[in-house]
Ligand binder design. Structure first.
Ligand code: TEU
Length: 556
């Protein structure tokens, strides 16, 4: 048995692949496993250690694979189980580990468990899902699904309703049922035995439901109320998670990163404390959701830099004495970071590098989302016909029903739609950016002739090479992995910064988030190790400049 450094997941850099949009190898317009295998050398050049692969399991694709029909099969469009095993071993040959998405809050309504569950009120699997009778022709409760509309779907076979936190084709499993939990755990073990190095655990904070199934108070008079109050991070959830830890996670040296919206900062230790917590690390969403208050979905909220910084640094402070964070700026549910927090015009390159510096060297494991490393941008679509995402489409139809003008909906989707991060990976300036020889399943961002991997590899100063050097820097300096984190310039609306100190070294990270030159209140200490401009000028930061400097702590 291979012996692994037990901290390997702290020292790793993860690259997230959304397989449908990464690389097509057979011309059907959708990415696939063979496409990923063909691009492993690229990932190896980038220097990443781990791939997080979004779902590739058999699925009818109502939510692009997050609706799983069979946990033990690979979706035909993506390839076969042999391709999957080949991907795992071809990645391992390059020193790259692979973690998979674990979607255990729900299955597809086409999963055999659900087909059996819905077949009769006395089906042995009835209780594997959450079934309730309606009241006076109404749904059992007024809970609203995360994708809009009622969270209950009427099923004529038995005249009852089933619960779905996401789409109606994603019925929620009933975690109260021990057989359900056992089946999930053995599936996890099966995949670990097949060579994967861990899991990104999807929507895990939704698994526990308030067993009273209460009506929720509607503040704005709307018929449905977001179900979070009764189904997100509910008391008792940790009993399930601790059981999963004891049975599956703890005995194995794997990476676990939980997608856990709804965990308040005071509770972080219960999730990620190294002794008593459940997972290695979690994703928190405060920084990416500043512009979106769930209470008023569809209204874009402007935010200040101090709020953005605080949304990240408060978690750093809270985990300083134990615990670990997953660091990210983008994923398949969010828009492109250079467009949102940087500048996707004139300053695209410099601001993308600045953002990389800002989040990458915090205390935690950095995640890079495909295309982020070449500075892919958002694309404004004029019409709803350009969107594919179930959440965006359902948002559009509901807002139309409410009478919202089309242009306003388009403006909102441009800023929030999950499809912004799902346009095909841009490999070169040829047909369909080298993503496919067929018709891409979703339109490309038209900037691909200039924003693509081939250009980025050829240009010495590219964002891509900058990411490569950051990965290398983090690998060679343990201070950037294990060092203590201290925020500086906390009150600044222009500059974000922090220090990392470790065994006599102090690293300073400073980032200008604006298009203006900003004066520094204190001279920069130590030797400049990295700058994203043509040279740092003492006393200030150029537009979107980022600098990394190092000094011996005892020389201060
Ligand atoms: O997302 C679930 C989820 O909780 C997110 O919508 C989260 O609240 C949001 O990103 C915070 O801004 C996961 C998957 O990532 C998503 O793609 C799936 O659609 C969903 O689960 C259902 O499986």
């Amino acid at each position: 048995m291979e012996t692994r450094n037990s901290n390997w997941w702290k020292e790793s850099v993860v690259y997230q692949i959304y397989p449908r949009s990464f690389q097509d190898s057979d011309g059907d317009g959708q990415g696939d496993l063979r496409g990923i295998i063909n691009r492993l050398d690229y990932l190896s050049t980038l220097g990443i250690d781990v791939i997080w692969l979004c779902p590739v399991y058999d699925s009818p694709n109502d939510d692009n694979g997050y609706d799983i029909r069979d946990y033990y099969r690979i979706q035909e469009e993506f390839g076969t189980m042999d391709d999957m095993l080949e991907l795992i071993s071809a990645a391992a040959e390059r020193g790259i580990r692979l973690i998979m998405d674990l979607v255990a809050n729900h299955t597809s309504d086409e999963h055999a468990w659900f087909v059996e569950s819905r077949s009769a009120g006395d089906s042995p699997k009835r209780d594997w899902y959450i079934w309730k009778p309606g009241h006076d022709g109404q749904e059992p409760t007024n809970w609203e699904s995360n994708f809009g509309g009622s969270a209950w779907e009427y099923d004529p076979v038995t005249g009852e309703y089933y619960l779905h936190c996401f789409s109606r084709k994603q019925p929620d499993l009933n975690w109260e049922n021990p057989e359900v939990r056992e089946n999930i755990y053995s599936m996890m073990e099966w995949w670990i035995d097949h060579g994967i190095a861990g899991f990104r655990i999807d929507a895990i904070t939704f698994i526990k439901k308030n067993q009273q199934f209460p009506q929720l108070e509607s503040e704005d008079g709307h018929r449905y109320v977001p179900l979070a109050a009764a189904s997100l991070n509910q008391p008792g959830i940790l009993d399930f998670l601790q059981e999963m830890k004891q049975q599956v996670l703890a005995p194995r040296n794997i990476m676990t990163v939980a997608e856990s919206p709804g965990v308040p900062i005071e509770q972080i230790h219960e999730f990620v404390d190294e002794q008593h917590g459940v997972f290695n690390m979690i994703f928190q969403f405060d920084h990416v959701d500043l512009d979106n208050k769930p209470s008023a979905k569809g209204v874009y909220h402007p935010w200040k830099l101090t709020e953005f910084k605080h949304a990240l640094t408060k978690w750093q402070a809270e985990t300083a004495d134990g615990g670990w964070m997953a660091l990210f700026m983008e994923n398949h549910d969010h828009v492109r970071s250079v467009s949102k927090y940087g500048h996707d015009g004139e300053y695209r390159e410099v601001s993308a590098k600045m953002l990389a510096v800002y989040y990458f060297l915090m205390r935690g494991t950095p995640f890079i989302y495909q295309g982020q490393e070449i500075g892919m941008t958002n694309h404004y679509k004029e019409s709803i016909s350009g969107y594919r995402d179930i959440e965006s489409l359902s948002f559009h139809s509901r807002q139309r029903e409410l009478g919202k003008p089309e242009a306003e909906i388009m403006d909102y989707l441009a800023l929030r739609s999950r499809d912004q991060g799902r346009t095909p990976m841009q490999w070169n300036s040829g047909y369909a950016a080298g993503f496919t020889t067929g018709e891409p399943w979703i339109g490309l961002n038209p900037d691909y002739p200039s924003v693509n991997v081939e250009h980025s590899l050829a240009a010495q100063n590219s964002i891509l090479h900058f990411y490569r050097s950051l990965i290398e820097l983090r690998r060679t300096h343990k201070a950037l992995i294990y060092g203590d984190f201290q925020e500086i310039y906390t009150e600044s609306e222009q500059v974000g910064g922090y220090t990392r100190t470790y065994q006599g070294e102090c690293w300073t990270i400073l980032c200008n988030f604006t298009e203006q030159r900003v004066a520094l209140t204190e001279p920069l200490a130590g030797e400049i190790i990295v700058s994203n401009t043509d040279g740092h000028e003492a006393g200030g930061l150029k537009p979107y400049e980022a600098v990394i400097s190092r000094t011996a702590a005892d020389a201060e």
